[in-house]
Design a protein around this ligand. Structure first.
Ligand SMILES: *Cc1c(COP(=O)(O)O)cnc(C)c1O
Length: 420
């Protein structure tokens, strides 16, 4: 559920008409709803309320300080995949003791920074990483609390580019080698083994792949305990999908996910961590755009809008579906459009063959479910300015990232001295 509904014939963001924000801020822009974010956070926490539980928001889904801080104020932890994200999480007020650090390529400098901050856990993805972490922790006189990210070799049945838990993916340590690597870690200086971690992919719309992966992990935890390791933390990763197309997709609810997870892993008595990204922020954001032209092609009608693939890359990168709706309801006849942006690539297409009421140049449209992997993946391709981000709370809104000026963008380049 989100807080971008119709009132008096037009879309509101909580208590504000989207058209009013558009008039103030200009299009295109991202618009986020505080209420929706908090609701999603609370639904997850309620699903695990009877457990020792920590939600670590996967900040890569949306790294805006205002978004992270909204969740931090609810008590959220963070899952980060780079020093930059770690710095963002800390700056937004998430304490280091609630931060887990994932990713296949942590560098020496990143490890040192995280060790000095005292983060809760490193999710280690390979043997070379383990040895490097041990070396750096020892040299700093610190101990790194670790979990290994285990690759359980299950098919997440999601888009190939966001599937991470198959043996051919670059992520994690194969289940078959886990006991050997835990034994190795237990002997290393600067390392304290505390948990097991997994993350099998993103936008999963079925519970079974999660369940299968969790069952495999339970067996591993039992084996590791037999081997003498004290396993107290179980990090189940993120990945629960959202209904991008509400007519056809009904992903499991966080409550159902929680019930399933507790049934399978609850008896282990571990602290349970989950790392949702998309589910927290995806439907808490929309992209608001304006129609520039309507172009009648041969046999196709193009709705050319002022947002483009550089603002929201998911349709061209993952063939992703996003609902697109007119901001103002009208009784005009429906028309079938291909909805495209201004960038000079055929891939700059948000949707094909969509029915919308007849629109005119200047009308506003909303691309729904754009809060996750939207702004964070944007670029200035075609020297288009990054679009502003707006956060709404009740009847108020704030610009939480302004639109840069052309001077700022071009000014990032510098000329070699021989051209001066
Ligand atoms: C991306 C990622 C997540 C979040 O995935 P969502 O599908 O957005 O929930 C969690 N953990 C790790 C390690 C990730 O890489």
């Amino acid at each position: 559920m989100d807080h971008f509904g119709f009132k008096q014939g037009e879309i509101y963001a909580e208590d504000l008409p989207v058209s009013k924000i558009a008039a103030d801020v200009g299009t295109p822009f991202y618009c986020y709803s505080t209420e929706t974010l908090i609701r999603h956070y609370n639904v997850f926490c309620a699903a695990f309320s009877d457990q020792d539980f920590l939600l670590c928001y996967a900040v890569k889904a949306n790294t805006n300080q205002a978004i992270i801080k909204t969740l931090a104020q609810q008590g959220s932890g963070a899952d980060v995949v780079s020093e930059g994200e770690l710095r963002r999480a800390l700056q937004a007020g998430i304490p280091a003791r609630k931060i887990v650090y994932s990713g296949v390529a942590k560098t020496e400098q990143e490890m040192a920074f995280a060790l000095n901050q005292g983060i809760f856990q490193f999710n280690v993805e390979s043997q070379p990483e383990l040895h490097q972490l041990s070396r750096i922790a020892e040299s700093l006189g610190k101990t790194a609390a670790i979990a290994f990210r285990i690759n359980p070799d299950v098919d997440a049945k999601t888009h190939a580019k966001i599937s991470t838990g198959k043996s051919e993916n670059k992520f994690g340590i194969p289940l078959s080698r886990a006991r050997e690597i835990y034994a190795e870690a237990a002997k290393l200086p600067g390392i304290r083994v505390q948990g097991v971690d997994l993350h099998i992919g993103s936008q999963l719309t079925d519970l079974e792949p999660f369940a299968e992966a969790f069952r495999r992990i339970v067996t591993l935890v039992e084996d590791l305990r037999t081997d003498g390791h004290e396993i107290t933390v179980l990090d189940l990763g993120g990945g629960l999908g959202i209904p991008y197309d509400r007519a056809t997709t009904k992903p499991p609810l966080p409550t159902e996910y929680g019930e399933m997870a507790k049934k399978i892993v609850g008896h282990l008595g571990c602290k349970i961590i989950i790392e949702p990204g998309r589910l927290l922020v995806g439907n808490a954001g929309i992209l608001v755009s304006k129609v520039i032209y309507i172009k009648q092609g041969e046999g196709r009608k193009f709705l050319i809008i002022d947002a483009a693939m550089n603002d929201l890359v998911r349709p061209s990168m993952y063939d992703a579906y996003h609902e697109i709706v007119a901001v103002k309801q009208n009784d005009a006849n429906l028309s079938t459009y291909d909805i495209v942006g201004p960038v000079c690539e055929t891939g700059d297409t948000f949707a094909r063959d969509r029915e919308l009421p007849e629109l005119e140049s200047g009308d506003l449209v909303v691309i729904r479910s754009a809060g996750a992997y939207g702004a964070v993946m944007s670029s200035t391709y075609n020297t288009r300015r990054l679009i502003p981000e707006v956060l709404v709370k009740g009847g108020e809104y704030a610009i939480v990232r302004p639109r840069p000026s052309y001077e700022e963008i071009i000014g990032l380049d510098s000329l070699p001295t021989w051209m001066e």
